[in-house]
Design a protein around this ligand. Structure first.
Ligand SMILES: [Zn+2]
Ligand SMILES: [Zn+2]
Length: 370
């Protein structure tokens, strides 16, 4: 009997704990698919003790599973090995191997990658989908890029706006990048790294046709850096033909991405607009009795809080023209259509989303009223 009581108390304590701390655990992320593509949630830039991170590779896999990611890459610095006295790292593929073994029972893709680490103007660059990290240990960065590309790598420029390397906090497109881009050896660029979104990096992505990336660049724990502050880690949504390494790689080379950090979404309009459109589900649209005020209930099925501004010729009843639909929540709009309409285009500008510096997409949903 005592044992049962103790068990119940423990159970009660456990329940009480989990309820009163409902915001402290990592929540799985969810984003809808868009037409023709699976939406893969990826974090393709992170570190472990095998470079300057503070955790074993298995932890990165477990963190990714807690947030429901589809793919990760452990991109250890090739040239920066501060733990090498304690953890010698003669085989630079070791971190990948350990993560791969941990992910074996799970539906998580592990991409082999490395961070090519130099001072400006080369800066830091991730080469992912490589076949052997050891072969990238080459002195001249030009040759490292050439070898990574020989291995079929997708290469992206990391934190080009990093103030430690660029004191103005802005990227500089130098001769090194000009040369790599000309040779087709540079394919992507981070516009979001950790908590930094760089409009200037987005401008470079659009000007030089580079894939738009967002990454956590996590060194410590995702929980401590993001989750317990009420955030998700930055990710890249990749629109792939299927959930496989080949599908992911093809989509990255084709530039089908949106970088996401909480309520901030950055991407080319051809992918960002369908993503936002699919993220809002219209649950109902009907007139308030004896009025020409249309009540529309919308639901945000994504993990980003979405901020919108009314772009219709009609104004709202009882609401600011700027409003938020929190992740997973519903919102009822009351639209003054002046006369009863059978069909209406709901048009909203997504204020937290960018298709270019200072440019927000306008999303349209075709509604039929009851
Ligand atoms: Zn770096
Ligand atoms: Zn890094």
């Amino acid at each position: 009997m005592k044992k049962i009581l103790l068990f119940l108390v423990l159970l009660g304590l456990y329940n009480g704990y989990s309820q009163s701390h409902s915001h402290s655990g990592a929540k799985p992320m969810t984003y809808p698919d868009i037409e023709g593509y699976n939406t893969l949630k990826t974090d393709l830039h992170m570190h472990t003790v095998f470079s300057d991170g503070n955790v074993w590779p298995t932890i990165r896999v477990q963190e990714a599973l807690r947030e429901n990611l589809d793919a990760i890459s452990l991109t250890e610095h090739l040239e920066y090995q501060p733990h090498k006295e304690d953890i010698p790292h003669p085989d630079r593929n070791r971190s990948f191997d350990l993560a791969l073994a941990e992910a074996k029972e799970h539906d998580l893709l592990i991409v082999r990658g490395s961070e090519i680490t130099r001072s400006a103007p080369v800066g830091h660059n991730n080469a992912i989908f490589i076949s052997d990290a050891n072969k990238l240990l080459i002195e001249r960065p030009e040759n490292t890029f050439a070898e990574a590309n020989k291995q079929g790598a997708f290469v992206f420029w990391n934190h080009p706006a990093w103030h430690r390397q660029r004191p103005q906090g802005n990227p500089v497109w130098s001769d090194f990048q000009i040369e790599r881009a000309k040779k087709g050896e540079l394919h992507g660029i981070e516009v979001i790294n950790t908590t930094d979104y760089s409009e200037e990096s987005l401008a470079l992505a659009l000007e030089h046709n580079l894939t738009i990336m967002g990454t956590s660049d996590i060194h410590g724990l995702v929980d401590w850096s993001y989750t317990e502050k009420g955030n998700h880690r930055p990710i890249t949504l990749v629109f792939a033909k299927d959930k496989s390494l080949e599908g992911l790689k093809e989509a990255l080379f084709a530039g089908r991405t949106v970088a996401v950090y909480n309520s901030l979404l950055v991407g080319r309009p051809e992918y960002l607009k369908p993503l936002l459109k699919a993220s809002i589900r219209v649950n109902s649209a009907s007139y308030i009795e004896k009025t020409q005020v249309l009540k529309v209930e919308i639901e945000n099925i994504s993990s980003s809080d979405l901020l919108f501004e009314n772009e219709m010729p009609y104004t709202f009843y009882s609401s600011s023209p700027v409003f938020e639909v929190a992740a997973g929540q519903t919102k009822t709009l009351q639209i003054k259509t002046l006369e009863p309409l059978k069909n209406i285009d709901l048009q909203l500008k997504a204020l937290g989303a960018y298709t270019a510096p200072k440019e927000h997409p306008i999303i349209e949903w075709k509604l039929s009223t009851d």
